[in-house]
Design a protein around this ligand. Structure first.
Ligand code: ACO
Length: 322
């Protein structure tokens, strides 16, 4: 049985934080951020807006685009996130309840930025094994709530957003052709967050925040974007020339450029939107994919390549035939 994406919706909060805005409270500049990362602005969730809220809004967008019937048969909800509402209850259960998906299984998946790709692999495997009929796979993040706003080298990178897809059976010749998943905990210290993004019942915010060794993560990212994409293309029985569109994790333009060059792809075959959203972690690939679809860049039969890296350290890549 072939499995693939049946529907896709996204959400990004309306509040925009531009590089120029950061200059007013941080020792940084629009020039430094754009040349080092490609990011120009990011979206910021409201104080009382959490991963479950963004996730539900992404699913509402999916319903607007594909109709209520898109959720028919969904018996499992997975939320890939690094910023769950709480340790428990899990964010997926909250989202399933708010969407009226009574009895659907729900769990969160914590695997750094590649979490959404990890969750797609889980979902595809469970549908193919007959464990689930259709799975709602969501990536949702409120990273601006956990970054250390005094640390200019990491705070400028992240933004909030969510993306939601329904994974289920598709016609033969379409859908997922390969998955590559990996982790190397020995590098975990390079991207570290000790506590969960949450607030106490009285509204007190957690005080811990994320720490990152940018240079170390950069080197790791360039290496695994190369090895994971090559492996995913090989496993799919394809050649880099067969890839119609490359949808990489939107973390840093220089990292994407290095991967693009190694694959020999021109920029017109690469989806980029990090200039407007920054790094939205697990939401980054669905957000970029939705924009590419809306822009008419994807047609039936196209081979799409997704790749991501992040905290863990983890990586993932997949090839999907549209
Ligand atoms: N504004 C101005 N100057 C800055 C800023 C800033 N926002 N941030 C750092 N600098 C300064 C540094 O202090 C340093 O100054 P110094 O030379 O006087 O010491 C200088 O700029 C250069 O710093 P580097 O860290 O060497 O800059 P680099 O070119 O490596 O870029 C960056 C830093 C953008 C963080 C890069 O390393 C990067 O993108 N790394 C990958 C990070 C990433 O993608 N993380 C997300 C992982 S996904 C997940 O799971 C969450």
């Amino acid at each position: 049985m072939a499995t693939g994406l049946l529907a896709l919706g996204t959400y990004a909060p309306s509040k925009v934080l531009r590089n120029k805005d950061l200059e007013s409270f941080m020792d940084t500049s629009d020039e430094w951020i754009t040349t080092r990362t490609g990011i120009r602005e990011r979206r910021v969730s409201e104080l009382n807006e959490y991963a479950s809220d963004l996730a539900v809004k992404a699913v509402q967008d999916l319903i607007r685009r594909h109709g209520e019937q898109a959720l028919e048969g969904v018996d499992q909800v997975v939320v890939a996130t690094n910023t769950p509402d709480a340790f428990f209850p899990n964010t997926a259960a909250i989202v399933a309840d708010q969407l009226g998906l009574k009895g659907a299984a729900g769990y969160d998946l914590l695997a750094g930025c590649p979490g959404w790709l990890y969750a797609l692999a889980q979902a595809a495997g469970q549908v193919e094994a007959g464990i689930a009929r259709k799975v709602l796979v969501i990536g949702s993040e409120v990273l601006t709530k956990i970054v250390d706003w005094r640390d200019r080298s990491s705070a400028v990178l992240f933004g909030d957003a969510a993306g939601a897809a329904v994974v289920g059976p598709v016609a033969e010749g379409h859908g997922f052709r390969s998955f590559v998943l990996g982790a190397d905990g020995s590098g975990g210290h390079a991207l570290h967050f000790a506590a969960i993004a949450s607030s106490l019942p009285d509204g007190t915010q957690m005080s811990s925040s994320a720490r990152m060794n940018g240079r170390e993560v950069f080197k790791f990212a360039v290496r695994v974007m190369d090895t994971a994409t090559v492996e995913a293309i090989e496993k799919a029985g394809l050649h880099p020339d067969d890839i119609s569109l490359f949808v990489p994790h939107q973390a840093n333009e220089r990292i994407i450029d290095a991967a693009r060059e190694r694959l020999g792809l021109e920029w017109d075959r690469v989806v980029m939107n990090l200039d407007r959203y920054g790094n939205t972690s697990t939401a980054s690939i669905p957000l970029a994919l939705r924009e590419a679809l809306d822009a008419g860049k994807i047609k039936e039969g196209d081979h799409l390549l997704f790749v991501s890296f992040g905290a863990g350290l983890t990586w993932a890549a997949t090839v999907l035939t549209w």
